[in-house]
Write a protein of this length. Structure first.
Ligand code: UDP
Length: 327
């Protein structure tokens, strides 16, 4: 069975490609390398292309017989999405429709979509279940929810079967240190903490200390990238076995505050660094914790990595990469 992984040269996509190949699937990475790295596309064939490029998609679907498409190539910066919504609606929505159309034209009807906890907006309760209110509060979250809804309509009208995985905070790295998290610019807490630990930044800022949480800082549910990858493999099997269009939260079910994350990072790295308390970052909900019971039941998915594993693997990767430029 062959899987086309759009965005397979990015952080989560590359981990999924590595696991797909280990499980015996054929892989075609399709990536425009705007945010992905050519050196991350080590597993399977590589085609440089954009999901908005109809002709290029036609060519890749003609050259390879693809059974399932996975889609990881979205813009993901919440703050940027507020300032430049067009960029988000164009890539995350319009270009995704172009990809779906190319799939239909070539008779491919199985699709796995990277969605996000941001579709819930400010959650009404925690842990969040899949049926809870979805009211995204920024263009990034809205763009993901739009595609989720489009996929429902494609399912009813065209028999197009899809899975939408709503990731909570993806983190950690390949234990073999071949790939890891490296966004430009970096805005995510764990890589920033490790940058501070390694001395590449002078401090870490805590965005808000007056939330109604146990220590005043935001609580997030961090999930190892290989636990996400494992869910994707199960998702492929589910669709190949005839499973219906569905959606799943993917998180660990445990929450950690920013202060707890700082403490754990200092303990694991054995490095001290300065911590600066600053104002809240606009749009941050106090709690984001997943209930992932549905994925556990329907996909027989089991969490294999703890928060310690997340930070240890991320730290190992960070040290391996220190000072190297990824291309
Ligand atoms: N955060 C922080 N300082 C930073 C980056 C992030 O205090 O330099 C906080 C952020 O406000 C959030 C949590 O850490 O509560 C995780 O943020 P991240 O950007 O990693 O992921 P998000 O939850 O926004 O998807």
């Amino acid at each position: 069975m062959a899987i086309l992984v759009a965005g397979g040269a990015g952080y989560i996509g590359s981990h999924v490609c590595k696991m797909l190949l280990q499980k015996g699937f054929d892989v075609v990475v399709y990536d425009n390398l705007v945010h992905g790295y050519r050196c991350f596309a080590q597993w399977g064939d590589f085609v440089q292309g954009d999901i908005g490029d109809q002709a290029q998609l036609d060519s890749v679907f003609s050259n390879f017989k693809i059974d399932v498409v996975m889609h990881f190539c979205a813009f993901i910066e919440v703050a940027e999405s507020v300032i430049e919504p067009e960029k988000y609606y164009k890539n995350n929505v319009q270009n995704t429709i172009t990809l779906l159309e190319a799939m239909r034209k070539h008779g491919i009807n199985k699709f796995i979509f990277s969605s996000t906890a941001a579709v819930y907006g400010m959650p009404e309760r925690t842990p969040i279940e899949e049926e809870d209110r979805k009211l995204p509060i920024n263009p990034y979250g809205k763009s993901k929810l739009m595609i989720e809804e489009i996929l429902d309509d494609y399912s009813s009208a065209y028999g197009f079967r899809s899975i939408r995985f709503r990731y909570f905070n993806a983190a950690g790295a390949d234990p073999e240190r071949e790939i890891g998290e490296a966004h430009v610019p970096e805005t995510h807490l764990i890589p920033l903490l490790l940058d501070a630990a390694i001395g590449r930044r002078k401090d870490i800022k805590v965005f808000g200390t007056d939330y109604e949480t146990q220590d005043g800082t935001c609580v997030r549910d961090y999930i190892h990238v290989n636990d996400l990858a494992d869910a994707h493999i199960r998702g492929v099997d589910y669709l190949l076995d005839g499973g219906n269009t569905n959606y799943f939260n993917l998180g660990s079910g445990s929450g950690f505050t920013v202060r707890e994350m700082i403490q754990t990072a200092k303990k694991i790295t054995t490095k001290d660094f300065a911590v600066v308390e600053t104002d809240r970052r606009p749009g941050d909900p106090p709690y984001l914790i997943a209930c992932s019971d549905k994925a556990q039941k329907k996909l027989d998915w089991k969490l294999q990595h703890s928060l310690e594993d997340i930070i240890i693997t991320a730290w190992n990767w960070h040290q391996t990469m220190a000072g190297r430029k990824l291309v």
